[in-house]
Design a protein. Structure first.
Length: 66
């Protein structure tokens, strides 16, 4: 994502239903990998670059050990 997007925009570019995409976004939001902003009438989602980088580093180190 280049910037904030709503579920409608994301579902147009991915082969996944809008409700399923909303579930995935909730998991990402709860994991602090995505930030959301309520902007009537839609919620906009944006990757949290700092936390995504931390997750990539952690997972990279984890898989090196396996």
């Amino acid at each position: 994502m280049d910037g904030p997007c709503c579920v409608d925009e994301l579902s147009k570019n991915h082969p996944i239903s809008q409700p399923a995409l909303s579930v995935h976004l909730k998991i990402l939001r709860d994991s602090h990998l995505v930030k959301c902003r309520e902007k009537f009438p839609h919620t906009q989602y944006k990757l949290d670059g700092k936390n995504v980088t931390l997750a990539e580093t952690y997972l990279g180190n984890f898989f090196k050990e396996i």
